[in-house]
Design a protein around this ligand. Structure first.
Ligand SMILES: Nc1ncnc2c1ncn2[C@@H]1O[C@H](COP(=O)(O)OP(=O)(O)OP(=O)(O)O)[C@@H](O)[C@H]1O
Length: 452
């Protein structure tokens, strides 16, 4: 494949972004020919130059376009293996990317004192200012997470700020994925009933706790239900949650902000006020419908059409959904909030009380970037930090083509699968240099590491 040089420069940016996102240890792109490097640099300088400068347009015209619009084969692009540099945020050692949401990136992390694995959500103030209600939603979420503690609610373990960089670090308990991620990776986009039952019971436990603390979540959906390695369900994302005033007589809310497909008829129909708790019951009902059927009870090509359908409140349940699940779904998705099941009615329902039989294998947690074991990504940084040989000739750097890197990654994953050893480290450095078990490392007071 060959590419236009101009596009190459552009795609190099996105490629290196992709690659770093995928944490493939690759950042530096090196061209075989020095001229090519210069032309790229010239090109960058050109566009970095201030376009408001009067000379800018003249410069453009005088440039010989042919100098940098030439083709480069992808095998001429070679990648340099990036050095893994240990990065500390307070007492936490930073690992690789786990996922990314609208507000920021979530990365793997290790608490150097307790050796507990954590996940950190990195929020940049500048980015938040560009999102409508971004700062407000984050403040609200932090305030709530600080006071709420429950087994089925994501736990905010720590909160760190870097005022200089205007960054916020929300250190949370580590989860292996969301129900949505599992559904997306499964062929039928649904769970067997016994698996859905297990998650639903935990959802109701978490929801009952939230409501007892006068908190309406407002955005219950499979994407906001995370799972720990132990299979504990954690309700997350309280960005649009609302706390009912302590002295309020009821649970009346005035603003509905959740995901459209999970909104109840009273919000779809534009009512001025509605019962907050019944909103969560409805969205939990849509969630239960979705995880047991692989479908949505209400659909529409546009939000307008979707809300029109939800507003009418008529929906079908697939024939293969038998009692007692059927009547539970009907009870949770009653159009009239007054008639809709309460948490107590859900708890007393036959489907809730008795666990459905194990009919088929459970839907597994999908691998994280080819790693079925979701191994901790912090270890290679520690290994590099502690076992890096300072006498190693730094000019002895190896370069690889993209194809070679892909092949190396593939064979690494294959060999881990065939060895079937969860604890086996994948790192080349580990195999070569490990002299003592990594778990014995104390990661306090790192000399020379990159403290942020
Ligand atoms: N505690 C956690 N442990 C492990 N991974 C997590 C954790 N929290 C979030 N993630 C991962 O990070 C991704 C981004 O999460 P985040 O909460 O920022 O966004 P989102 O809920 O996916 O989307 P948005 O916030 O834009 O609605 C998630 O999809 C999930 O895969």
């Amino acid at each position: 494949m060959s590419r236009d040089m101009c596009n190459t420069s552009k795609s190099l940016d996105s490629e290196s972004a992709d690659i770093s996102d995928q944490e493939r240890e690759v950042t530096n792109v090196i061209f075989n020919s020095k001229d090519e490097v210069n032309s790229i640099e010239d090109e960058e300088n050109l566009f970095i130059n201030d376009p408001n400068n009067a000379d800018f347009d003249d410069d453009l015209e005088n440039l010989n376009i042919a100098n940098f619009f030439h083709k480069v084969d992808s095998d001429q692009i070679i990648y340099q293996k990036k050095k893994r540099r240990l990065k500390l945020i307070g007492k936490y050692v930073m690992g690789d990317l786990l996922g990314e949401g609208a507000y920021g990136k979530v990365k793997d992390m290790l608490d150097s004192e307790t050796l507990c694995r954590r996940a950190v959500k990195i929020l940049k103030q500048r980015k938040l200012r560009r999102i409508p209600n971004g700062e407000l939603n984050v403040q609200r979420e932090i305030k709530l997470l600080k006071k709420l503690k429950h087994k089925n609610l994501i736990n905010l373990v720590d909160l760190l700020y870097n005022h200089e960089k205007e960054k916020m670090y929300l250190i949370m308990e580590y989860c292996v994925g969301s129900l949505q991620g599992m559904l997306d990776a499964s062929p039928d986009k649904k769970f067997p009933q016994y698996q859905a039952h297990d998650y639903f019971l935990q959802l109701i436990d978490g929801l009952e706790y939230l409501h007892s603390m006068r908190v309406v979540h407002k955005d219950i959906k499979p994407g906001n239900l995370l799972l720990t390695l132990e299979g504990d369900l954690k309700i997350t994302d309280l960005g649009v949650a609302e706390t009912i005033d302590l002295f309020a007589k009821d649970d009346i809310c005035y603003i509905g902000q959740g995901s459209p497909a999970f909104q109840p008829p009273e919000i779809a129909n534009g009512l001025d006020c509605f019962s907050g708790f019944k909103v969560d019951i409805w969205s939990s009902g849509v969630t239960l419908y979705n995880i047991t059927t692989g479908l949505y009870p209400f659909e529409g090509g546009t939000i307008f059409r979707l809300f029109e359908t939800i507003g009418k409140g008529d929906f079908d349940i697939p024939n293969d959904i038998a009692e007692p699940l059927r009547s539970l779904l009907v009870g949770m998705l009653r159009k009239d909030p007054e008639m809709r099941f309460s948490l107590r009615q859900i708890r007393q329902h036959a489907w809730f009380i008795s666990r459905p039989p194990c009919s088929s294998p459970p839907v597994p947690i999908p691998p994280l970037r080819d790693d079925a074991l979701h191994k901790m990504t912090v270890f290679p940084y520690l290994v590099e930090h502690y076992y890096h040989d300072p006498n190693e000739n730094s000019s002895d750097v190896q370069y690889f083509t993209e194809h070679e890197l892909n092949e190396m990654e593939k064979s690494r994953v294959d060999s881990e699968y065939s060895n079937g050893n969860a604890n086996q480290s994948s790192s080349k450095h580990n195999r070569r240099r490990s002299k003592k078990p990594v778990s014995c490392i104390s990661v306090k007071n790192f000399p020379g590491c990159n403290q942020s």
